[in-house]
Design a protein around this ligand. Structure first.
Ligand SMILES: Cc1cc2nc3c(=O)[nH]c(=O)nc-3n(C[C@H](O)[C@H](O)[C@H](O)COP(=O)(O)OP(=O)(O)OC[C@H]3O[C@@H](n4cnc5c(N)ncnc54)[C@H](O)[C@@H]3O)c2cc1C
Length: 358
Protein backbone atom coordinates (compact mmCIF):
# COMPACT_ATOMS: atom_id res chain seq x y z
CA UNK A 1 0.00 0.00 0.00
CA UNK A 2 2.86 2.41 0.79
CA UNK A 3 4.16 2.43 -2.81
CA UNK A 4 0.69 3.09 -4.16
CA UNK A 5 0.28 5.97 -1.70
CA UNK A 6 3.61 7.46 -2.78
CA UNK A 7 2.43 7.31 -6.36
CA UNK A 8 -0.86 9.06 -5.50
CA UNK A 9 0.93 11.85 -3.61
CA UNK A 10 3.30 12.39 -6.56
CA UNK A 11 0.31 12.58 -8.90
CA UNK A 12 -1.28 15.34 -6.82
CA UNK A 13 2.03 17.22 -6.49
CA UNK A 14 2.45 17.15 -10.28
CA UNK A 15 -1.01 18.73 -10.69
CA UNK A 16 -0.73 21.33 -7.92
CA UNK A 17 0.66 24.80 -8.52
CA UNK A 18 3.11 25.56 -5.67
CA UNK A 19 6.63 26.84 -5.13
CA UNK A 20 8.61 24.26 -3.12
CA UNK A 21 9.65 25.52 0.32
CA UNK A 22 12.20 24.33 2.82
CA UNK A 23 10.72 23.68 6.27
CA UNK A 24 7.33 23.48 4.55
CA UNK A 25 5.51 21.83 7.48
CA UNK A 26 6.20 24.93 9.60
CA UNK A 27 5.76 27.52 6.85
CA UNK A 28 2.77 29.27 5.30
CA UNK A 29 -0.40 27.18 4.95
CA UNK A 30 -2.39 26.35 1.82
CA UNK A 31 -5.69 25.17 3.32
CA UNK A 32 -6.99 24.15 -0.11
CA UNK A 33 -4.01 21.85 -0.67
CA UNK A 34 -4.59 20.26 2.74
CA UNK A 35 -8.28 19.76 1.90
CA UNK A 36 -7.39 18.22 -1.47
CA UNK A 37 -5.13 15.73 0.32
CA UNK A 38 -8.12 14.92 2.52
CA UNK A 39 -10.46 14.52 -0.45
CA UNK A 40 -8.00 12.08 -2.05
CA UNK A 41 -7.72 10.00 1.14
CA UNK A 42 -4.11 11.04 1.72
CA UNK A 43 -4.60 12.40 5.23
CA UNK A 44 -5.00 10.23 8.32
CA UNK A 45 -4.18 7.12 6.29
CA UNK A 46 -3.24 5.34 9.52
CA UNK A 47 -6.42 6.15 11.46
CA UNK A 48 -9.29 3.68 11.83
CA UNK A 49 -11.98 4.04 9.14
CA UNK A 50 -14.64 4.51 11.89
CA UNK A 51 -13.16 7.94 12.67
CA UNK A 52 -12.66 8.97 9.05
CA UNK A 53 -9.19 7.52 8.52
CA UNK A 54 -7.78 5.23 5.84
CA UNK A 55 -7.45 2.13 8.04
CA UNK A 56 -3.74 1.80 7.18
CA UNK A 57 -0.56 1.92 9.23
CA UNK A 58 2.01 4.44 10.47
CA UNK A 59 4.34 3.02 7.83
CA UNK A 60 1.79 4.08 5.20
CA UNK A 61 1.64 7.56 6.73
CA UNK A 62 5.44 7.71 6.65
CA UNK A 63 5.32 7.13 2.87
CA UNK A 64 2.86 10.03 2.43
CA UNK A 65 4.76 12.44 4.68
CA UNK A 66 8.15 11.64 3.12
CA UNK A 67 6.79 12.45 -0.35
CA UNK A 68 5.21 15.72 0.80
CA UNK A 69 8.31 16.93 2.65
CA UNK A 70 10.68 15.88 -0.15
CA UNK A 71 8.67 18.07 -2.50
CA UNK A 72 8.46 21.03 -0.08
CA UNK A 73 4.64 20.97 -0.38
CA UNK A 74 2.42 23.50 1.49
CA UNK A 75 1.35 21.14 4.29
CA UNK A 76 1.46 23.26 7.43
CA UNK A 77 -2.32 23.79 7.55
CA UNK A 78 -3.04 20.21 8.60
CA UNK A 79 0.33 19.06 9.99
CA UNK A 80 -0.09 19.34 13.76
CA UNK A 81 -3.69 18.13 13.86
CA UNK A 82 -3.05 15.17 11.59
CA UNK A 83 0.30 14.28 13.14
CA UNK A 84 -0.57 14.30 16.81
CA UNK A 85 -4.00 15.58 17.85
CA UNK A 86 -5.90 12.90 15.89
CA UNK A 87 -3.68 10.07 17.17
CA UNK A 88 -3.92 11.47 20.74
CA UNK A 89 -7.73 11.48 20.39
CA UNK A 90 -7.70 7.93 19.05
CA UNK A 91 -5.52 6.83 21.99
CA UNK A 92 -7.25 8.74 24.80
CA UNK A 93 -10.38 10.55 23.58
CA UNK A 94 -13.98 9.61 24.31
CA UNK A 95 -15.98 8.24 21.33
CA UNK A 96 -17.85 11.59 21.30
CA UNK A 97 -14.65 13.61 21.01
CA UNK A 98 -13.29 11.25 18.36
CA UNK A 99 -16.44 11.66 16.27
CA UNK A 100 -16.45 15.42 16.79
CA UNK A 101 -12.85 16.02 15.76
CA UNK A 102 -11.24 13.14 13.86
CA UNK A 103 -13.32 13.15 10.64
CA UNK A 104 -12.93 16.94 10.36
CA UNK A 105 -9.17 16.64 10.90
CA UNK A 106 -9.00 13.92 8.24
CA UNK A 107 -10.70 16.34 5.83
CA UNK A 108 -8.48 19.26 6.97
CA UNK A 109 -11.55 21.29 7.87
CA UNK A 110 -10.12 22.36 11.23
CA UNK A 111 -6.63 23.42 12.33
CA UNK A 112 -4.97 22.91 15.70
CA UNK A 113 -2.29 24.93 17.47
CA UNK A 114 -0.24 23.38 20.28
CA UNK A 115 -0.54 25.14 23.62
CA UNK A 116 2.22 23.48 25.60
CA UNK A 117 5.10 25.92 26.21
CA UNK A 118 4.83 28.82 28.66
CA UNK A 119 7.23 31.61 29.60
CA UNK A 120 8.59 29.40 32.44
CA UNK A 121 7.73 26.00 31.02
CA UNK A 122 9.37 25.10 27.72
CA UNK A 123 11.86 22.29 28.18
CA UNK A 124 10.38 21.53 31.58
CA UNK A 125 6.74 21.07 30.60
CA UNK A 126 5.93 19.65 34.02
CA UNK A 127 6.16 23.18 35.40
CA UNK A 128 3.15 24.51 33.42
CA UNK A 129 1.23 27.09 35.41
CA UNK A 130 -1.79 27.72 33.21
CA UNK A 131 -4.53 26.61 35.57
CA UNK A 132 -7.87 24.99 34.83
CA UNK A 133 -10.24 25.17 37.80
CA UNK A 134 -13.40 23.10 37.97
CA UNK A 135 -16.63 25.08 38.13
CA UNK A 136 -19.66 24.09 40.20
CA UNK A 137 -21.38 22.68 37.09
CA UNK A 138 -18.41 20.50 36.09
CA UNK A 139 -16.97 22.72 33.35
CA UNK A 140 -13.50 24.29 33.55
CA UNK A 141 -12.30 27.88 33.85
CA UNK A 142 -8.82 28.40 32.38
CA UNK A 143 -6.34 31.18 33.14
CA UNK A 144 -2.75 31.46 31.96
CA UNK A 145 -0.32 32.26 29.15
CA UNK A 146 1.08 30.09 26.39
CA UNK A 147 4.05 31.12 24.28
CA UNK A 148 5.67 30.19 20.95
CA UNK A 149 2.28 28.86 19.87
CA UNK A 150 2.88 28.27 16.15
CA UNK A 151 -0.07 29.09 13.92
CA UNK A 152 -2.44 30.10 16.76
CA UNK A 153 -3.48 33.14 14.69
CA UNK A 154 -4.95 30.94 11.99
CA UNK A 155 -6.00 27.91 14.07
CA UNK A 156 -9.62 27.02 14.70
CA UNK A 157 -8.72 24.98 17.82
CA UNK A 158 -6.15 24.88 20.58
CA UNK A 159 -4.70 21.83 22.27
CA UNK A 160 -4.00 22.96 25.84
CA UNK A 161 -1.82 21.47 28.54
CA UNK A 162 -2.95 22.91 31.87
CA UNK A 163 -2.49 22.27 35.56
CA UNK A 164 -5.54 20.93 37.34
CA UNK A 165 -3.84 19.82 40.54
CA UNK A 166 -1.44 21.30 43.04
CA UNK A 167 1.91 22.56 41.71
CA UNK A 168 3.88 20.30 44.08
CA UNK A 169 2.48 17.24 42.31
CA UNK A 170 4.32 18.29 39.12
CA UNK A 171 3.64 15.22 36.95
CA UNK A 172 0.34 14.23 38.54
CA UNK A 173 -1.86 17.30 38.30
CA UNK A 174 -1.71 18.05 34.56
CA UNK A 175 -4.63 17.67 32.15
CA UNK A 176 -5.09 17.94 28.35
CA UNK A 177 -7.95 20.00 26.90
CA UNK A 178 -9.31 20.85 23.45
CA UNK A 179 -10.50 24.46 23.06
CA UNK A 180 -12.29 26.43 20.36
CA UNK A 181 -10.08 29.38 19.45
CA UNK A 182 -13.12 31.64 19.31
CA UNK A 183 -14.01 30.98 22.97
CA UNK A 184 -14.47 34.24 24.89
CA UNK A 185 -11.33 35.13 26.89
CA UNK A 186 -8.69 33.96 24.38
CA UNK A 187 -6.38 36.68 23.01
CA UNK A 188 -3.63 35.98 20.46
CA UNK A 189 -0.62 38.32 20.37
CA UNK A 190 1.76 37.90 17.42
CA UNK A 191 5.48 37.31 18.06
CA UNK A 192 7.65 37.90 14.99
CA UNK A 193 10.67 35.64 14.42
CA UNK A 194 14.11 37.08 13.73
CA UNK A 195 13.37 37.22 10.00
CA UNK A 196 10.31 39.37 10.81
CA UNK A 197 7.87 36.58 9.85
CA UNK A 198 4.77 35.78 11.87
CA UNK A 199 4.51 32.10 12.86
CA UNK A 200 4.62 32.32 16.65
CA UNK A 201 2.16 33.81 19.11
CA UNK A 202 1.54 34.39 22.74
CA UNK A 203 -1.90 33.09 23.70
CA UNK A 204 -3.46 34.65 26.77
CA UNK A 205 -6.32 32.80 28.45
CA UNK A 206 -8.53 34.79 30.83
CA UNK A 207 -11.46 33.00 32.46
CA UNK A 208 -11.93 30.83 29.37
CA UNK A 209 -14.81 28.43 29.93
CA UNK A 210 -14.16 24.91 28.63
CA UNK A 211 -17.00 22.36 28.64
CA UNK A 212 -16.47 19.24 30.76
CA UNK A 213 -16.53 17.04 27.65
CA UNK A 214 -13.47 18.79 26.20
CA UNK A 215 -10.99 17.03 28.49
CA UNK A 216 -8.73 14.81 26.39
CA UNK A 217 -8.20 11.56 28.29
CA UNK A 218 -8.27 11.54 32.07
CA UNK A 219 -8.07 14.46 34.43
CA UNK A 220 -4.57 14.54 35.97
CA UNK A 221 -3.16 12.02 33.46
CA UNK A 222 -1.94 14.68 31.02
CA UNK A 223 1.75 14.15 31.68
CA UNK A 224 1.73 10.44 30.83
CA UNK A 225 -0.47 11.10 27.80
CA UNK A 226 1.67 13.94 26.45
CA UNK A 227 4.90 11.93 26.71
CA UNK A 228 3.42 9.42 24.25
CA UNK A 229 2.18 12.24 22.04
CA UNK A 230 5.70 13.68 21.83
CA UNK A 231 6.83 10.50 20.04
CA UNK A 232 4.50 11.39 17.16
CA UNK A 233 6.02 14.88 17.20
CA UNK A 234 9.67 13.82 17.36
CA UNK A 235 9.81 10.53 15.52
CA UNK A 236 8.71 11.58 12.02
CA UNK A 237 10.58 12.53 8.84
CA UNK A 238 10.04 16.30 9.35
CA UNK A 239 13.05 16.10 11.66
CA UNK A 240 15.43 15.29 8.80
CA UNK A 241 13.63 16.29 5.58
CA UNK A 242 12.94 19.98 6.34
CA UNK A 243 16.04 21.03 4.36
CA UNK A 244 15.71 18.34 1.66
CA UNK A 245 14.24 20.67 -1.02
CA UNK A 246 17.50 22.67 -0.83
CA UNK A 247 19.65 19.55 -1.12
CA UNK A 248 17.66 18.35 -4.14
CA UNK A 249 17.70 21.79 -5.82
CA UNK A 250 21.49 22.11 -5.43
CA UNK A 251 22.00 18.68 -7.01
CA UNK A 252 19.48 19.37 -9.81
CA UNK A 253 21.25 22.65 -10.60
CA UNK A 254 24.55 20.73 -11.00
CA UNK A 255 26.30 22.93 -8.41
CA UNK A 256 28.39 20.33 -6.50
CA UNK A 257 32.08 20.08 -7.38
CA UNK A 258 34.18 16.96 -6.59
CA UNK A 259 34.55 17.88 -2.92
CA UNK A 260 30.80 18.61 -2.51
CA UNK A 261 29.97 15.33 -4.27
CA UNK A 262 32.16 13.40 -1.82
CA UNK A 263 30.40 15.13 1.09
CA UNK A 264 27.04 14.44 -0.55
CA UNK A 265 27.76 10.69 -0.50
CA UNK A 266 28.20 10.89 3.28
CA UNK A 267 25.02 12.95 3.66
CA UNK A 268 23.06 10.42 1.59
CA UNK A 269 24.36 7.58 3.79
CA UNK A 270 23.16 9.43 6.89
CA UNK A 271 19.82 10.17 5.23
CA UNK A 272 19.34 6.46 4.50
CA UNK A 273 20.04 5.67 8.16
CA UNK A 274 17.59 8.36 9.32
CA UNK A 275 14.90 6.97 7.03
CA UNK A 276 15.48 3.54 8.56
CA UNK A 277 15.08 5.06 12.04
CA UNK A 278 11.83 6.80 11.05
CA UNK A 279 10.54 3.52 9.65
CA UNK A 280 11.43 1.76 12.86
CA UNK A 281 9.58 4.48 14.85
CA UNK A 282 6.53 3.95 12.62
CA UNK A 283 6.69 0.19 13.15
CA UNK A 284 6.86 0.72 16.92
CA UNK A 285 3.76 2.94 16.74
CA UNK A 286 2.02 0.35 14.56
CA UNK A 287 2.74 -2.13 17.35
CA UNK A 288 0.98 0.24 19.79
CA UNK A 289 4.11 1.49 21.49
CA UNK A 290 5.27 5.11 22.00
CA UNK A 291 8.96 5.01 21.01
CA UNK A 292 9.98 7.83 23.38
CA UNK A 293 13.71 7.03 23.52
CA UNK A 294 14.02 6.08 19.84
CA UNK A 295 12.12 9.19 18.70
CA UNK A 296 14.53 11.33 20.74
CA UNK A 297 17.46 9.64 18.96
CA UNK A 298 16.00 10.26 15.51
CA UNK A 299 15.10 13.89 16.25
CA UNK A 300 18.57 14.60 17.66
CA UNK A 301 20.41 12.98 14.73
CA UNK A 302 17.91 14.41 12.22
CA UNK A 303 18.48 17.97 13.48
CA UNK A 304 22.27 17.49 13.17
CA UNK A 305 21.78 16.25 9.61
CA UNK A 306 19.63 19.27 8.71
CA UNK A 307 22.26 21.70 9.99
CA UNK A 308 24.95 19.85 8.00
CA UNK A 309 22.87 20.09 4.79
CA UNK A 310 22.78 23.89 5.19
CA UNK A 311 26.55 24.08 5.77
CA UNK A 312 27.18 21.75 2.83
CA UNK A 313 25.15 24.01 0.53
CA UNK A 314 26.61 27.30 1.77
CA UNK A 315 29.83 27.44 -0.35
CA UNK A 316 27.80 26.74 -3.53
CA UNK A 317 25.37 29.64 -3.09
CA UNK A 318 27.60 32.15 -4.91
CA UNK A 319 26.98 30.11 -8.08
CA UNK A 320 23.27 29.44 -7.40
CA UNK A 321 20.30 31.08 -9.12
CA UNK A 322 17.66 33.11 -7.24
CA UNK A 323 15.31 30.14 -6.65
CA UNK A 324 18.03 28.01 -5.02
CA UNK A 325 19.25 30.97 -2.98
CA UNK A 326 15.70 31.53 -1.71
CA UNK A 327 15.56 27.91 -0.51
CA UNK A 328 18.92 28.47 1.19
CA UNK A 329 17.55 31.60 2.89
CA UNK A 330 14.56 29.63 4.20
CA UNK A 331 16.93 26.97 5.58
CA UNK A 332 19.18 29.50 7.30
CA UNK A 333 16.15 31.07 8.98
CA UNK A 334 14.79 27.66 10.06
CA UNK A 335 18.12 26.19 11.19
CA UNK A 336 18.35 27.66 14.72
CA UNK A 337 14.78 26.55 15.48
CA UNK A 338 15.21 22.99 14.26
CA UNK A 339 17.17 21.98 17.36
CA UNK A 340 14.75 23.70 19.77
CA UNK A 341 11.16 23.15 18.61
CA UNK A 342 9.63 19.89 19.75
CA UNK A 343 12.35 19.51 22.41
CA UNK A 344 15.78 21.13 22.64
CA UNK A 345 18.91 19.07 21.88
CA UNK A 346 20.01 18.92 25.54
CA UNK A 347 16.64 17.52 26.55
CA UNK A 348 16.79 14.85 23.85
CA UNK A 349 20.33 13.91 24.94
CA UNK A 350 19.09 13.64 28.50
CA UNK A 351 16.27 11.26 27.43
CA UNK A 352 18.76 9.24 25.38
CA UNK A 353 21.29 9.02 28.23
CA UNK A 354 18.61 7.87 30.70
CA UNK A 355 17.36 5.34 28.16
CA UNK A 356 20.84 3.89 27.79
CA UNK A 357 21.12 3.39 31.52
CA UNK A 358 17.91 1.37 31.66
C1 LIG B 1 10.07 27.17 15.62
C2 LIG B 1 9.48 26.83 16.96
C3 LIG B 1 8.14 26.48 17.04
C4 LIG B 1 7.57 26.21 18.26
N1 LIG B 1 6.24 25.90 18.28
C5 LIG B 1 5.66 25.64 19.46
C6 LIG B 1 4.26 25.38 19.52
O1 LIG B 1 3.55 25.41 18.50
N2 LIG B 1 3.69 25.13 20.72
C7 LIG B 1 4.42 25.10 21.87
O2 LIG B 1 3.85 24.83 22.92
N3 LIG B 1 5.75 25.36 21.86
C8 LIG B 1 6.38 25.64 20.69
N4 LIG B 1 7.72 25.93 20.66
C9 LIG B 1 8.44 26.00 21.92
C10 LIG B 1 9.47 24.93 22.08
O3 LIG B 1 8.99 23.66 22.08
C11 LIG B 1 10.27 25.33 23.32
O4 LIG B 1 10.83 26.58 22.96
C12 LIG B 1 11.33 24.37 23.66
O5 LIG B 1 10.74 23.21 24.16
C13 LIG B 1 12.37 24.98 24.61
O6 LIG B 1 11.77 25.63 25.70
P1 LIG B 1 12.17 27.13 26.09
O7 LIG B 1 12.17 27.97 24.89
O8 LIG B 1 11.33 27.51 27.27
O9 LIG B 1 13.70 27.02 26.57
P2 LIG B 1 14.20 26.62 28.00
O10 LIG B 1 13.40 25.47 28.52
O11 LIG B 1 14.31 27.85 28.84
O12 LIG B 1 15.65 26.10 27.66
C14 LIG B 1 16.71 26.96 27.27
C15 LIG B 1 17.95 26.10 27.09
O13 LIG B 1 18.30 25.44 28.32
C16 LIG B 1 18.38 24.05 28.12
N5 LIG B 1 17.83 23.34 29.28
C17 LIG B 1 16.70 23.64 29.94
N6 LIG B 1 16.48 22.73 30.92
C18 LIG B 1 17.52 21.85 30.85
C19 LIG B 1 17.85 20.67 31.59
N7 LIG B 1 17.09 20.22 32.59
N8 LIG B 1 18.97 20.01 31.23
C20 LIG B 1 19.76 20.45 30.20
N9 LIG B 1 19.48 21.56 29.49
C21 LIG B 1 18.39 22.24 29.80
C22 LIG B 1 17.49 23.77 26.91
O14 LIG B 1 17.86 22.59 26.24
C23 LIG B 1 17.73 25.00 26.05
O15 LIG B 1 18.86 24.85 25.26
C24 LIG B 1 8.35 26.23 19.45
C25 LIG B 1 9.69 26.58 19.39
C26 LIG B 1 10.26 26.89 18.16
C27 LIG B 1 11.71 27.28 18.14
Amino acid sequence: MSEELRHRVRELLAEWDFVPRADCWAGPADPEFSRELGRRGLLAVNWPTEVGGGGGSYTDRLAVTEELLRAGAPVSGHWIGERQIGPALIAHGTPELQQEFCPRLARAEITFALGMSEPDAGSDLASVRTFAARTADGDWLVNGRKIWTSGAHRASHLYLLARTGREEDRHEGITEFLLDMDSPGITVHPILDFAGEHHFNEVVLEDVRVPAGRVLGRVGEGWRQVVGQLSYERGGPERFLSMYPLLAAVVRAGLPDDQARRELRELMGRLTALRALARSNAEEMDAGRGPVYQAAVSKYLGNRFELDVVEWARPMMARADAAVRELFRQCVVAAPASGIRGGAAQILLSIIAKGERR
